[in-house]
Design a protein around this ligand. Structure first.
Ligand code: NAP
Length: 279
């Protein structure tokens, strides 16, 4: 549905994901699955909001007592910051929000659950002081580097089409390491993360030689379409631990769900949810 300032009249608590385009978003499927599983009397839907309508959107939703908040996706992740209180200093760190929600005191606050969603599947590993490699230097890479800095990983090598962008991110997150072009060989690392669009359907493949990685390395691909990227297939062939992009997608949604609806989602039903998401 496309946003109209006349608003929404379901009379039930609701949240939504806003962006333009928005039809491809998997958020309604994920949140809808949890709402049904928990038997909540609530809605979660996708609303197309064009950039010119963003101020009117937030003005109308602020006045709607049933609205719990919204996930925010392309192209509004930065612009939405102007409409919320930035209590967590997201602008100065990850630089973009993916969630706007009502705080208990009624204020509308911005948050970013991507870094937490990225971290959740690897929380059981200890990467402190161990080298990491990140491919990409866009918005997703910022969330990854924010988490890696918190995890106090060792030196980080960023491989990116534009190494200068990578160097700027290393300095922004005060990470030791270096930024190199994509053609540079992969250095030995305990964790390798693809946070670029390479390997995603419609984009060129990611062509890396993983032979330098130790046998206990973890390879994490943020791309989730396709689910098994060439990178993950190559890592699986080498017997390395792998994490796919759906784990982060569901992880960031789980943190948002709790903030929006005040309940933990039923993560014990992740297998069913993953089946739904890949059907
Ligand atoms: P973005 O801000 O547009 O950044 C794209 C990155 O990919 C940049 O580093 C860019 O390099 C690189 N890139 C794009 N096309 C390229 C090409 N043809 N050759 C070489 N490099 C190329 O996008 P993003 O939001 O960071 O998203 C990146 C990926 O992460 C996407 O696949 C997205 O679906 C995925 N993602 C997944 C999750 C999840 O929950 N699993 C969450 C967020 C994003 P330059 O810097 O040189 O332009």
């Amino acid at each position: 549905m496309t946003f109209h300032a006349s608003g929404h009249a379901s009379g039930r608590p609701y949240a939504e994901v806003i962006g333009d385009p928005i039809a491809h978003s998997k958020s309604p499927l994920i949140h809808g699955f949890w709402i049904n599983a928990l038997g909540l009397d609530a809605d979660y839907r996708a609303t197309r909001v064009v950039s010119d309508d963003l101020p009117a959107y937030f003005a109308s939703r602020r006045a709607d007592p049933h609205w719990r908040g919204c996930n925010v996706t392309i192209p509004h992740k930065l612009a939405a910051l102007d409409h919320v209180e930035d209590r967590g200093d997201v602008r100065a760190t990850i630089g973009a929000i993916n969630l706007a929600m009502r705080a208990p005191d009624g204020a509308l606050i911005g948050a970013n659950t991507d870094a937490g969603g990225f971290y959740a599947p690897i929380a059981g590993f200890d990467f402190a002081d161990r080298p990491a490699v990140v491919i990409g230097a866009g918005g997703a890479a910022r969330a990854v580097l924010f988490a890696l800095a918190k995890m106090e990983v060792g030196p980080v090598t960023i491989l990116n089409r534009s190494p200068l962008k990578g160097a700027a991110l290393l300095s922004a997150f005060r990470l030791k390491g270096r930024a190199l072009p994509l053609s540079a060989p992969v250095p030995p690392a305990a964790l390798l993360v693809n946070a670029s669009a390479l390997g995603m359907a419609g984009h060129p493949p990611l062509d890396l030689d993983l032979s330098t990685l130790p046998d206990d390395a973890v390879v994490y691909d943020l791309v989730y379409a396709p689910l098994e990227t060439d990178l993950l297939a190559q890592a699986n062939d080498r017997g390395l631990e792998t994490v796919d992009g759906l784990e982060m997608l569901v992880g960031q949604a789980a943190l948002a769900f709790e903030l929006l609806f005040g309940m933990e989602p039923p993560r014990e039903r992740d297998d069913e949810l993953r089946e739904l998401l890949t059907a």
